[in-house]
Design a protein around this ligand. Structure first.
Ligand code: ASP
Length: 600
């Protein structure tokens, strides 16, 4: 080894020892003929002093170096002179006197400072990701992620799970996104699909008698990249045999509770055990199936107060089978016209055609609709929303999905703006009893709420024939701070029911057999009842790390246009390669000039 110690480990007890350190020059200062270097490696920073009275050569060599050069130093550890200690540094009591100094590799001036935590444009950070990763923030995130995964592996190993790798080149395992396809050279016109998750494979491992499986699994989904999405991402994928819903939920809850306590002990768990909500309840109270329960501002239903109110917007929504709901923005009565317009625009992004409001102040107060209402009706609505002076009541009247979505987004927005989303609180909760299928109006068919292999509730199986929309699935979602942190279910394990579900969602038997014949066949060879879950490592890690996006906890992420701007992937390939793969590209690829600025 080039080094006897790391840059972070030297303490007063090392004084008098001769050590060798190697790392990157963090900062350099020249002082009265003496050169001071902060030398950095993954473990910390140590001060090196190059004093010509100790070694002329070392002093000369050190005088030339610049930030980010890689150097090696040998010398004696000594106590810093009194008053020169640096209490903000773990090694701040000592320094190393350079007796020998070697430049291992010089460095060009980096495109952004490594030593300072300054804001840098993301496109530039991604292009020089290896430099960004050198900075303290991403080093912290890499370490945190490592600790998380290590804890998970140890925990599951201790409970009899085996980690099994499953193929990346496989057949479609749909999770509702588009597949990434890989053309086969040896089978012209045939393609592998990258797994959207190892769903089928882990179920087949249950058929194989593994009983308890997990994998830190890479998943690939070709979908538009909104926040918290990447073309490839990582799940803790797990599956268990001979279990019911409670077993899987209990295991996941215990695992993640202990993970928090061990890996981010500074964070507070909002509740132990985690609250559980039925889907219907969670929609009613929060308008969304991934509620942020760190704060209130819950939705209140006033549909029953709409008929005869005199306010057409409310009346017609109620009359046409829609709903009228509101939230109480506590203490926001003084919002300006412009602020309310902004909230209206936000609700509009989610389909709301308007936002009715009532500002509760002593006396009349401003309201967009009070003039239509009798004082009694206005009072009744205020009472439903538990309004107090100083509150701002916001209402949307429309079809239920629009009302839920727009109010849920408003609620999150207000929670953020009012400082109610404490990043140090981790609010896990479960959502259960989801509808088994949801109606896809565009395609005029039922879609699985979770995925094709989820089992309906046993007692709801007859509903699959009579009223599928009312059947509940054996699905459970794990939610953390308003983010869907993971989902799972108890699976179907007999062929007949699986075929029935394929039929229900409109898969022709022939197509089902072509795509999933191996699953159907496997179910005929002694399949144990089984279920599992797949929490998202990136999403949970980013919440643990207080980061705004999962890109910050992935070593080499793609940008929002799904490009790797460092290597410039995806990129055109040689015509010969296409030929080998029996492919022809219809539109020749555009030649792009790589501009950093627009890559963010
Ligand atoms: N495969 C599912 C997903 O990726 C998780 C599961 O059902 O275990 O969401």
């Amino acid at each position: 080894m080039d080094k006897t110690h790391t840059c972070g480990e030297l303490r007063p007890e090392h004084v008098g020892q001769t050590v060798a350190l190697a790392g990157w020059v963090h900062r350099r200062r020249d002082h009265g003929g003496v050169t001071f270097l902060d030398l950095r490696d993954r473990w910390g920073i140590a001060q090196v002093v190059a004093n010509p009275s100790i070694s002329e050569a070392a002093h000369r060599a050190a005088a030339d170096v610049r930030a980010e050069w890689v150097v090696r130093v040998e010398g004696m550890v000594r106590r810093r002179p009194q008053g020169m200690e640096n209490p903000s540094l773990a090694t701040g009591d000592i320094e190393v006197e350079a007796a020998a100094f070697q430049v291992l590799n010089p460095a060009r001036t980096p495109p952004f400072p490594i030593a300072e935590e300054t804001e840098v444009e993301e496109g530039l950070r991604l292009k020089y990701r290896y430099l960004d990763l050198r900075r303290a923030r991403l080093q912290r995130n890499l370490e945190l992620r490592h600790r998380m995964v290590k804890f998970i592996r140890d925990y599951l190993d201790g409970r009899g799970f085996w980690e099994v790798e499953t193929p990346i080149l496989f057949k479609t395992t749909p999770e509702g996104a588009r597949d990434y396809l890989v053309p086969s050279r040896v089978h012209p016109g045939h393609f592998y699909a990258l797994p959207q998750s190892p769903q089928q494979l882990k179920q087949l491992l249950m058929v194989a008698g593994v009983e308890r499986y997990f994998q830190i699994a890479r998943c690939f989904r070709d979908e538009d990249l909104r926040g918290d999405r990447q073309p490839e991402f990582t799940q803790l994928d797990l599956e268990m045999s001979f279990v019911v819903r409670e077993d899987v939920m209990a295991l996941a809850e215990d695992l993640f509770t202990r993970l928090v306590e061990s890996v981010v002990p500074g964070k507070k768990l909002l509740a132990k055990p985690w609250p559980r909500f039925q889907y219907v309840e969670v929609m009613d109270r929060f308008g969304i199936d991934k509620p942020d329960i760190r704060f209130g501002l819950e939705l209140k239903d006033i549909t029953d107060l709409a008929p005869g109110s005199g306010f057409k917007v409310f009346e017609s929504a109620a009359a046409s089978g829609g709903t009228v709901r509101g939230i109480n923005a506590k203490g926001c009565a003084a919002f300006s016209r412009k602020e309310i317009d902004d909230l209206t625009a936000l609700a509009g992004e989610f389909g709301a055609r308007g936002l009715a409001y009532d500002a509760v102040v002593e006396g009349e107060g401003r309201s967009s609709f009070a003039k239509f209402l009798t004082p009694e009706r206005r009072q009744a609505i205020r009472a439903r929303l538990e309004a107090e002076p100083g509150d701002l009541l916001l209402f949307v009247a429309d079809r239920a999905p629009v009302v839920f979505e727009s109010l849920a987004r408003l609620r999150n927005h207000l929670g953020e703006r009012l400082g109610l989303r404490d990043p140090n609180t981790l609010a896990f909760c479960w959502v259960i009893d989801f509808p088994f299928v949801t109606w896809n109006e565009e395609e005029k068919r039922w879609d699985p709420s979770h995925h094709l292999f989820t089992s309906p509730m046993r007692e709801d199986i007859p509903l699959l024939d009579s009223d599928p929309g009312r059947a509940r699935g054996q699905q459970y979602d794990m939610v953390l701070n308003g983010v869907e942190a993971g989902g799972g279910s108890i699976r179907i394990h007999d062929r007949e029911l699986q075929e029935k579900v394929f039929g229900l969602i409109g898969l022709q038997p022939e197509v089902a057999r072509q795509r999933f014949g191996h699953m159907l066949e496997a179910f005929e060879y002694g399949t144990p009842p089984h279920g599992g879950i797949a929490p998202g490592i990136d999403r949970i890690c980013r919440l643990f790390a207080d980061e705004p996006d999962i890109r910050e906890v992935i070593a080499f992420p793609k940008n929002q246009a799904a490009r790797d701007v460092m290597s410039d992937a995806p990129s055109p390939v040689e015509p010969g390669q296409l030929e080998e793969l029996h492919l022809k590209v219809l539109e020749p690829p555009q030649t792009r000039t790589i501009s950093i600025a627009n890559q963010g």
